[in-house]
Design a protein around this ligand. Structure first.
Ligand code: FAD
Length: 385
């Protein structure tokens, strides 16, 4: 049986970064993955993911975001791939809304550069947008998007170049703690290691069934629409001039989206932020229905009245949502030689490089200096009600 220092189960967003970080530290690492790098079956596809720092979800994420940004720039530089674009970001809501007020609180608490814009200022600066009259926007220059497929491919390439053994199209069918180490069985063999890192994304309910985590796996959709360029020219929709955004006004459902990132034919991509249908990674319906596109377009046009053209494409993706929407990262409560990272609740991608670093810390030393208290697998919010 081949023996490694560390096995990483799942080479998607987080596992790819963990394998890369471990290989970079000279650790003898084996990575195992069901699909191929850049696949579209989990949570790491669709061309773009928002990155931002004035984090309305909780100010405690900000130090991790600062660290993640360093990792993003390093990954781009080292891989030579087109990964990060900082086009700015705006978070819109009425004064008391969490999207606006939470972003402002995080920016103030951590001294992050930002501007507060009124509805008129937003209309002037971003002619694609027509927000409610009482909407406010927190604009942050240091926001933008990263490319998820390029990220997982870059991490796989760099991990392999630094000595990691990566086996794709080789799903893990069983893992277990054996003695002080671990054993892992795949469709093709059996491997041993001192430590195991488990990063299964939306497959967590089966791979980590023993933890009984209260995860809700949800089917989400991203939609790409065609704007009316005769009303607002292409340049105003493009990443040269248009920010990423999250919007929620007057109790409307949150939407988020991107500038046009792939030229005038590429579509303007957006989605509902937290409106998923419960499913599983095995049984998800991957077809997107006409009614879903229509409902999205009606909501989108409240902010973008000129988003009147047809749907270019629409795709499903999977969220793994915890009850408090904070991540699950830490040692496995029953097996200290196993670390887990899952439950990224629809907002994990921007943390990819720093999660890789945390998992490499846990797998090599059993602890990390980075702040992960919020993500404790044993916290009260994850215990059965
Ligand atoms: C529609 C949508 C929009 C999003 N937008 C944003 C955004 O704008 N900003 C942001 O920060 N985040 C965003 N996210 C969230 C972010 O993409 C996820 O939090 C992140 O990708 C989760 O990473 P992961 O590694 O847990 O899962 P994945 O990237 O899915 O990786 C899990 C991997 O494990 C593999 N695996 C599972 N079981 C096994 C097994 N038994 N054997 C071998 N391999 C296995 C899978 O094949 C997969 O490759 C979005 C997600 C979706 C779906």
């Amino acid at each position: 049986m081949e023996h490694y220092e560390v096995i990483v189960l799942g080479l998607g967003s987080m596992g790819g970064a963990a394998a890369h970080a471990l290989a970079g530290r000279g650790v003898r690492v084996l990575g195992l993955e069901t699909f191929q790098p850049g696949h579209d079956q989990g949570a790491a596809h669709g061309g773009s993911r928002i990155i931002r720092q004035s984090y309305f979800e909780h100010p405690a994420y900000v130090p991790l975001l600062r660290r993640a940004y360093e990792g993003w720039h390093a990954l781009q530089e080292e891989s030579g791939r087109d990964i990060v674009t900082l086009c700015g970001g705006i978070y819109l809501g009425d004064e008391r809304n969490q999207v606006f007020a939470g972003s402002r609180a995080a920016a103030q608490e951590h001294g992050l550069p930002h501007e507060v814009l009124t509805a008129d200022e937003i209309r002037q600066r971003f002619p694609t947008m027509d927000p409610e009259d009482d909407a406010l926007g927190l604009y942050e220059e240091n926001a933008g998007y990263v490319r998820p497929e390029e990220t997982t491919i870059a991490n796989a390439e760099l991990a392999a170049a630094k000595g990691a053994v990566l086996r794709f199209s080789e799903p893990v069918t069983w893992w277990g703690a054996v003695g002080g180490g671990v054993e892992v069985v795949t469709t093709q063999g059996r491997y041993g290691a001192d430590r195991l890192v488990i990063t299964p994304g939306p497959w967590a309910p089966e791979v980590l069934a023993d933890l009984g985590l209260p995860l809700s796996i949800q089917r989400m959709v991203f939609h790409w629409f065609t704007p009316d360029f005769s009303a607002v020219p292409y340049e105003s929709w493009s990443q040269e001039r248009h920010p990423v955004y999250v919007e929620e006004t007057h109790g409307n459902e949150q939407i988020y989206g991107f500038p046009m990132t792939d030229g005038p034919e590429g579509g303007f991509k957006l989605g509902f932020f937290r409106r998923g249908t419960p499913t599983t990674a095995r049984t998800i319906d991957r077809q997107v229905y006409q009614e879903e596109n229509a409902a999205m377009q009606v909501r989108a046009r409240q902010l973008f009245p000129h988003l009147s053209g047809p749907v270019v494409q629409a795709k499903t993706c999977l969220y793994s949502v915890t009850p408090d929407e904070h991540f699950v990262i830490g040692p496995h409560p029953a097996h200290p030689q196993v670390s887990v990272a899952c439950g990224f609740s629809g907002h994990g991608f921007k943390f990819v490089p720093v999660v890789g670093e945390i998992l490499a810390d846990l797998a090599t030393t059993g602890r990390t200096g980075l702040p992960i208290e919020l993500f404790d697998p044993r916290r009260a919010a994850l215990q059965g009600v």
